[in-house]
Structures are given as structure tokens and as C-alpha cells.
Design a protein around this ligand. Structure first.
Ligand code: NAP
Length: 371
């Protein structure tokens, strides 16, 4: 039977990438889609295969939601917190697929990343689990990159620094970053075409506008263009940000680890538009050769690809601009660290809107529509 699938959050960063991937893969031919919005109901929805989906439904209307076999939400934690418990209380027994972090901590939810935990996902479906949640973006990307080492239980701990794109925070943050970049450019545009303009003058003007009240700060609250923000998500009160806390918790939940793999680090927002990068130092529990490690990493899945540790390939292939819009997970800067024999460094980049968000949800939806 063709399933009715309700989409909430399809206008946003994750949702629009999800729709795009579903169109590319002809997924809409397998379902009856219904589009909901918290702000646009009554208006036109997306255009799919030349059909405009008219009259978007109200995402807070429980009766309409109850008619869905599957709900896919990329709307955010507030929406999930508000609607999910009410729907379940009304004994709605459909599948709930979610991009937000809210339900990841629940015992009766499964975090989905099928190249890593397909067996557990299928088992959960067989056992009647109805709630499937995408993982934190950097967690998914790290697991896709180092999946082989995790699978062989070779990692003792990981210390990671992340370099996370503006789009990781949502559509309005990308718009704000671009406005910030525009302000920087506008203030010095004439100077840039004057070969004799002093660079000191240019940097002074740029610094002044960054600190000016007119600089666009509604969403980030501090400058990102020409700067960075070394804190992502809320403060959990232990010195870690929530984004940093998710690293160890979600990785081990996905792996269903008996022995916890320790993961910690600092998560940083940078001014790339799309793609999260991670600089990793890991301690393995065995002294194995670099060659062996490369084989384990690059044989794990079809998306991970090897970037030799040289300047040219690193700067051309291991960057957000090279990876954006693709499912590739390049891993490079791979070497034995000078700290010791069991310590390795690596750098990886991935499109956080694809493998870090939309793609695992799309694949979960496919799995459920094929039942
Ligand atoms: P988002 O871009 O802010 O979109 C969420 C919703 O905000 C949209 O569906 C839309 O809802 C509304 N919206 C308000 N202004 C908008 C605008 N200018 N353009 C488009 N939509 C606008 O959020 P998101 O980044 O997709 O994140 C959704 C959820 O996924 C969050 O829980 C997030 O934590 C999670 N997630 C995000 C990423 C990522 O890389 N962004 C990765 C993994 C997980 P209405 O149509 O109802 O108004």
C-alpha cells in the first residue's frame, strides 16, 4: 500500500536538501506526500516533478497529522517537543522520522545512519519501534569517515576540533552570514579597486564595521564573517557545549557500544556556507601501520575517499568548497602523530546537509516505504 507521508520543515536548510535528494532519486513516486508548515499554511508548497503542491497544511493541526502513515520533520526541536507527545498521546502509531536532536536521547528511539547501523535499524523496525532520528551532523560525518576503525573496535578515544558551516544553524543564519560578508565588502569596495590604498586602512575600516551596531547580528548575535564562534548550541553546565556532549553520547548510541569510546573536543562555527570539517586526533588500542589504517578506513563504505597527505590534493580536495553538494566523505592528513605509536591524526570534510542530516532520513523513509 502506498503510504501517506507528511513533511514538516521542507522549506528549511535540511528539508530543502531532503526534497532535492528525493526528487533526484525519484522517491516521490513511491509515496503520497503531504506538505505542512508552521507559517505558510494555505500557500503553495514545493514543485515536484512539475506539479505544484497547493494549499500547504497547518503543521499544528493534529487531526491532519494523524492521517499520515509517516511523518518526516526537519522543523526543529521546538516543533518536535510541542507536537510529538500530543500525537503519541492520541495513540497515533505512525512512523516519526526527525532531524532534530530532541528524541535522540529517548530509549525507544533509534538514531539512524544505515551504513553504520542498518542491522539495528531493521531489528528495531521488526520490534515495532516507530521513532527514528537522524544523528548530530558531525557525529554522522565522523562515523562515515572513520566507520572502518569503529567497526573493528580500534579506537580508544578521539579528540576533535570541528569547523562547522553557517548552514548548520539554519537558513536564516546563512542569510545573515551573507549580509555580514556584504557589509564587509561594501565598506571597502572602492578601496579594493585602488592599487594605492593602504592595507592598514582597509583592515581598520573592516574591523570598525564588524564592531559597529549596524552590522547584521540578529541571529548569530556576534560577528561570524571575518571571525569565528567557538561555541555551538547551549551550555550544559559542565564546561561542554551541548554540541560537544552529543559527540560521545550519540556515537556510542549508534554503535551500541559495550565499551564507551571516549570522544571530546571543541566545536567551532566558521564562515563556510555548507560542510562541516573535523580535525581529529585519535588513540588506537593497537599499534598498527598507517597502510593498514588506510585500508580499513577506505574499504568501509562507498562514500569515504582517500586524500593523500600532500599539499596539492589536501588544499584542492579536502575542503568545504570541494565537497559541498556531494555525498563524498574525504579523509586526509592521515598520519601517525609524533605523540606516539598508537596516535593518528586525520582531517575530514562532509556535507552536513547530506550525510549529516537529509540523507540518513531519506534512506530511513525508503526503508519504511518498502515494508
Ligand atoms: P531551518 O533552516 O531554520 O528551517 C526550519 C524551519 O524554519 C523551516 O522549515 C521553516 O518552517 C522555518 N523558516 C524560517 N525562516 C526561514 C527561511 N528564511 N527559509 C527557510 N525556512 C525558514 O532549520 P534547519 O537547519 O533545516 O534544521 C532543522 C532541524 O534539523 C533542526 O532541529 C536542526 O538542529 C536539525 N539539523 C540541522 C542540520 C543542519 O546542518 N542545518 C544538521 C542536522 C540536524 P516553516 O515553513 O514552518 O515556516
Amino acid at each position: 500500500m502506498i503510504k501517506s507521508v507528511g513533511f514538516i520543515g521542507w522549506r528549511g536548510m535540511v528539508g530543502s536538501v531532503l526534497l532535492n535528494r528525493m526528487i533526484e532519486e525519484n522517491d516521490f513516486l513511491k509515496i503520497t506526500p503531504h506538505f505542512f508548515s508552521t507559517s505558510q499554511f494555505g500557500k503553495d508548497g514545493p514543485t515536484i516533478n512539475n506539479t505544484v503542491f497547493k494549499n500547504v497544511k497547518d503543521a499544528y493541526n493534529l487531526s491532519l497529522l494523524e492521517e499520515m502513515d509517516i511523518i518526516v520533520t526537519c522543523q526543529g526541536g521546538f516543533y518536535t517537543d510541542t507536537i510529538y507527545p500530543k500525537l503519541r498521546k492520541k495513540n497515533w502509531n505512525g512512523y516519526w522520522i526527525d532531524a532534530a536532536s530532541t528524541l535522540r536521547v529517548k530509549n525507544d528511539s533509534v538514531i539512524v545512519l544505515d551504513p553504520i547501523n542498518l542491522k539495528a535499524i531493521k531489528q528495531a523496525v521488526d520490534n515495532g519501534i516507530k521513532t527514528f532520528v537522524g544523528s548530530n551532523c558531525t557525529v554522522s560525518l565522523m562515523l562515515m569517515a572513520l566507520g572502518g576503525l569503529f567497526q573493528q573496535k580500534l579506537i580508544e578515544w578521539i579528540s576533535v576540533s570541528t569547523y562547522q558551516a553557517a548552514s548548520g544553524a539554519g537558513a536564516n543564519y546563512v542569510i545573515e552570514l551573507l549580509k555580514q560578508m556584504g557589509s564587509l565588502y561594501n565598506i571597502v569596495s572602492e578601496d579594493l579597486s585602488n592599487d594605492f590604498c593602504s592595507i592598514l586602512e582597509i583592515t581598520k575600516k573592516v574591523t570598525k564595521i564588524i564592531q559597529d551596531n549596524s552590522f547584521p547580528l540578529k541571529h548569530f548575535s556576534v560577528p561570524l564573517a571575518g571571525s569565528l564562534i567557538p561555541w555551538i548550541d547551549s551550555d550544559i553546565g559542565t564546561g561542554q557545549s551541548r554540541e560537544e556532549w552529543k559527540g560521545q553520547f550519540e556515537t556510542n548510541k549508534i554503535l551500541d557500544s559495550k565499551n564507551i569510546v571516549k570522544i571530546d573536543g571543541i566545536c567551532v562555527r566558521i564562515s563556510s556556507i555548507r560542510c562541516h570539517s573535523q580535525s581529529i586526533l585519535m588513540k588506537l588500542n593497537k599499534n598498527i601501520s598507517l597502510k593498514n589504517i588506510e585500508e580499513i578506513i577506505f574499504n568501509h563504505n562507498q562514500w569515504v575517499n582517500f586524500i593523500p597527505n600532500n599539499i596539492e590534493e589536501t588544499i584542492s580536495k579536502l575542503t568545504p568548497s570541494a565537497v559541498t553538494g556531494t555525498l563524498n566523505i574525504p579523509v586526509g592528513r592521515l598520519r601517525k602523530s609524533s605523540i606516539g605509536n598508537k596516535y593518528f591524526s586525520a582531517f575530514t570534510v562532509g556535507d552536513q546537509l547530506l550525510w549529516g542530516a537529509a540523507e540518513p532520513l531519506r534512506r530511513m523513509l525508503n526503508l519504511l516505504t518498502n515494508i
